[in-house]
Design a protein around this ligand. Sequence first.
Ligand SMILES: [Zn+2]
Ligand SMILES: [Zn+2]
Length: 392
Amino acid sequence: MLSPELSKVIDDTVDQERVALAKLSSDIHANPELRFEEHKAAGWIAELLRARGYEVEQGIAGLPTALRARKGNADGPKVAILGEYDALPEIGHACGHNLIAASAVGAFLAAAAVAHHTQGEIVFLGTPAEEGGGGKIKMIQAGVFEGLDAAMMFHPFDRDMLAHTALASMWLAMTFKGAPAHAAAAPHDGKSALQACMDTFRLIDGQQVRFRDGVRVHGYVTNGGQAVNIIPELAACEFSVRARDTVELARVRGIVERCAQAAALASEVTVEIVVREGYRDMRNNMTMARAFGEHLGSLGRKARETDDRVGAGSTDMGDVSHVVPSIHPYLAIVDENVALCHQHAFAGAAASDRGFDTTVHAAKALARTAVELLVDDQLRSSVRAEWSAEKT
Ligand SMILES: [Zn+2]
Ligand SMILES: [Zn+2]
């Protein structure tokens, strides 16, 4: 249980920071930076935290745009609040990570304000490159998540959900190499790398009947040839492969690789496949998610536990959830089905008043949940017990 007095201090602190948080959110939104290049965003976050008297470590885990701040008793329980701030190519902050950053900073400032009433420590982690860079994975490898009792963040969406599936994922980059020839005068002398590349897409489409529920395979051509009058000597494509668990992911990876090899065989070209590990599936800690939901409810928002009508993506928070009990709730910044992440309209919503109001709710509920975890030993051990029971 969290006392009404602590809840009030937390809520008041977030409210007092509204102007600073809104500026942080809109500055990040107006200056979209791609994965690992979020220098302005990381700088603004560090500046605000320092202005409030907190020490900030920038460039942790060997990542120039990762950062950390702490408040409280380093020998006690520890809860981390995570902020993302990277944007997408072409469509800017269409995933709303500017709001995630502002909510995490707000939640940290509010929880830190009452940290002396707990036996534990509140940790802010600025986690770069969620969009395809896996910044959190690098931070896990560097030991940043060791010793934490819980990790949490919020993600903007089109509805309120305490938890949702996030798929295990990987990327396959394929390079086809054939033989060039004049495309009109001597096409029979050529071996088309592009043909093999396109056949790969068709073969994979044909295999969809064998995929389990939740599998997603989607790709794009990264090199489509050299000139219109040359049989393409080189062609390349990249696929993202996702599944609900790592076993199905490995099976589908095998199918995708065989499709590429079969296509290469048909066109007498070679194919080189480079696999990049992606993200793990998300293990939502429902004990913690429900505690977050209680706080959200007292702030006037009633969230569903989850919603099976909604499709699933992937996040490097999934990797975090395998090393520390974690939540990744979603809160609406638009009406249901009006817009979703990675759409232009969602980028607009990430700069809207409604988007910011949601961010304020998220900051309060995250801070309350984090502090509750530090003061309530029973809750912390229930969270740990659920996580340990699921761990494989
Ligand atoms: Zn995204
Ligand atoms: Zn996102």
